[in-house]
Design a protein around this ligand. Structure first.
Ligand code: SF4
Length: 223
């Protein structure tokens, strides 16, 4: 939970006195040596007690003193990534055909594009998560994300309305064998349609159930 009066983008921790922050510097979970060195220096300099790789392939710095949050972000040269709030929280992507022998499509490239375009986007009724997998093994759990895509030899299969959490739901297949451009366009359209139709505290899958799968699909695929 975020403390309204706490540091920008930081999450108050269980001890009610320290904060966690997720710097925005690892699109699709990819890091380089320079970033890791900078991160290590910051962790040492500010005596950050815990560095946690999150389930969303991000790095959370945990146990920060409130007065250190802005300085930590400045030293890292990063903005805080959205960790709470009713917007696009994260874009997960697996190694895909860049590295994985099973990969059929470029999930890292597509994930980075969506990260650039949609991270933090929207004022929805609830949060919105994206998972991009390079093949039908679905290591980025695309079927369980509000918007997901997984690669096959002829292109991407797109699914919408998946979620885990307290009311899990497998997403609905939307289209098959589409290219990167189409996935990017559909992701933006899905987010906009959810913003229009979704109610407060309603994940997109529940919105789809309320308005009807076919109605939602028709709206999403309309020109
Ligand atoms: S989803 Fe496929 S391409 Fe991606 S990591 Fe898993 S096996 Fe590899």
């Amino acid at each position: 939970m975020t403390d309204e009066h706490g540091p920008r983008g930081a999450i108050l921790q269980r001890d009610k006195s320290t904060y966690a922050v997720v710097p925005r510097f690892a699109a699709a979970g990819v890091l380089d040596a320079a970033t890791l060195r900078r991160l290590a220096e910051v962790v040492d300099n500010y005596r950050i007690p815990v560095v946690k790789i999150t389930s969303a392939q991000r790095i959370a710095l945990v146990g920060l003193k409130p007065g250190d949050v802005e300085a930590v972000l400045a030293d890292l040269g990063a903005e805080p990534a959205p960790a709470v709030g009713r917007c696009v929280h994260y874009i997960q992507a697996c190694p895909g055909k860049t590295f994985c022998r099973f990969g059929q499509q470029d999930s890292l490239g597509l994930g980075a594009r969506l990260d650039e375009m949609l991270l933090g986007y929207g004022e929805f009724g609830h949060k919105f998560k994206i998972g991009i997998s390079g093949c039908l093994f679905n290591c980025s759990e695309s079927w369980l994300r509000d918007f997901g895509a997984f690669g096959k030899p002829k292109g991407w299969t797109v699914v919408v309305g998946g979620t885990s959490g307290h009311r899990p739901r497998i997403g609905n297949e939307l289209v098959r064998d589409v290219d990167d451009e189409t996935v990017v366009a559909l992701a933006k359209k899905a987010a906009d349609l959810y913003q229009e139709l979704g109610k407060k505290a309603e994940r997109m899958g529940w919105t789809i159930e309320r308005v009807g799968v076919e109605t939602f699909r028709e709206r999403l695929l309309a020109d």
